[in-house]
Design a binder for this molecule. Structure first.
Ligand code: HEC
Length: 119
């Protein structure tokens, strides 16, 4: 009799564990929901420089020394990669345009990574 109770309990515990495994959101999912949805990219400096040349230097200067827009040569010292990603995709104030319709998310993330290293 006791054997039956034990294996019954074991079965219930296993079933519960299975249900939990499939219903609880994975750790990765939770982490992503709490963060800005910046895609994960590995830095490609060449691509970043090309995107910046094509889109940013008209306002930020060809050495990023600043023109109509502020100097970005040490922007990594004040802004994190995620903050940069947000500003570049959504824009800032009335003068800095957002680029999320013009550039791929991955391109923006790559530029953000590149700028974050400018300290
Ligand atoms: C039309 C002109 C213009 C273009 C093009 C432009 N920016 Fe800007 N950007 C600005 C201006 C103006 C500001 C300042 C906005 C403010 O602080 O209100 C700014 C601010 C920024 C900031 C925040 C700086 C800070 O100190 O907070 C970042 C980062 C930035 N731009 C990156 C970029 C990147 C990267 C590109 C190209 C993908 C780009 N910008 C293209 C005009 C421009």
């Amino acid at each position: 009799m006791q054997k039956w109770v034990m294996s019954g309990l074991f079965f219930v515990a296993c079933a519960l564990a299975l249900v939990l495994i499939f219903t609880l959101p994975g750790k990765d999912q939770v982490a992503q929901e709490n963060k800005t949805q910046m895609p994960e990219v590995t830095l490609n400096a060449e691509q970043a420089e090309a995107v910046i040349k094509a889109n940013c230097i008209s306002c930020h200067g060809d050495q990023l020394e600043g023109l109509a827009g502020p100097n970005l040569q040490h922007i990594g010292a004040t802004l994190s990669t995620e903050q940069l990603y947000k500003i570049i995709s959504k824009g800032k104030g009335s003068m800095m345009p957002g680029f999320k319709d013009k550039l791929q998310d991955e391109e923006i993330a790559n530029v953000a990574l590149w700028l974050a290293e400018k300290k």
